[in-house]
Ligand binder design. Structure first.
Ligand code: ADP
Ligand code: ADP
Length: 214
């Protein structure tokens, strides 16, 4: 059975950065519902037009939309190890995930919860920059983009919106960590400190579910 790993944590805790690093070093497919949605907004598809307003306000898109994205990935990648970066974000999504994964011969193996203080979240998100062409994540201070790479600030990374996203995290997503705690599938890791330190904590938590890229 292919592995299914979940990343939970407040916005800016490092989910996307670690998902990218992990998929570079190990045989695992990173899946970001947020990145998928940003591409839809950029392409101005019917879905993109519907969700642009929701996302720019820092709100969550409907559980149905998020679930459809993940189902699509499971359908097209049956044999692959998958890393769900930022899904589930509500208990409803977690319940639906447990219901549909067996259809794809999967189960959640482990949920990693990156713990980062609100102060650090704000420091990280306010300096976050994105390469709109590749989706690569940078930070003006901690991980500056190479010269010549044009980056943008995400629409929802403005301070007023960050506060809304943090509030939603505590109300809607923190209970998802309790959901996996009850199932004894949670690995809580300290998400503060240097990137390499956090990465090695992450590797110790999930090593039994990942294989090095050949
Ligand atoms: P998330 O996907 O959880 O929202 P990101 O991976 O986009 O978080 O990280 C948010 C910002 O913080 C990015 O600008 C990233 O470069 C930076 N960052 C991530 N991890 C660290 C770390 N350990 N120390 C300093 N900055 C970090
Ligand atoms: P971050 O990790 O920094 O919060 P993401 O790229 O994961 O950023 O998500 C950006 C936005 O995409 C969210 O604020 C939300 O509007 C939407 N989104 C992403 N994942 C989900 C999800 N599982 N359920 C609902 N909305 C989501």
């Amino acid at each position: 059975m292919a592995s299914t790993i979940v990343f939970i944590g407040p916005p800016g805790c490092g989910k996307g950065t670690h998902a990218a690093k992990l998929s570079n070093d190990y045989d695992i497919l990173p899946v970001s519902v947020g990145e998928y949605l940003r591409q839809e907004v950029k392409a101005k598809t019917e879905l993109g037009v519907k969700i642009a307003y929701i996302m720019s306000r820092g709100e969550l898109v409907s559980d149905e939309i998020a679930v459809e994205v993940v189902k699509g990935v499971c359908y097209s990648n049956r044999e692959k190890n998958i890393l769900l970066d930022g899904f589930p974000r509500t208990v409803k999504q977690a319940v639906l995930l447990d219901e549909f994964l067996p259809d794809y011969n999967r189960q959640v193996d482990i949920a990693v919860y990156f713990k980062v203080s609100d102060k650090e979240v704000i420091r990280r998100i306010s300096g976050r920059r994105l390469d709109p062409l590749t989706g690569k994540i940078y930070h003006i201070e901690f991980n500056p983009p190479p010269e010549g790479v044009h980056t943008i600030q995400r629409d929802d990374d403005r301070i007023e919106v960050i506060k809304k996203r943090l509030e939603l995290f505590y109300n809607e997503t923190a209970p998802v960590a309790d959901y996996y705690k009850k199932q004894k599938k949670i690995a809580e890791i300290d998400g503060e400190g240097a990137l390499d330190e956090v990465y090695s904590r992450l590797l110790s938590a999930i090593k039994q579910y990942i294989e090095k890229t050949a």
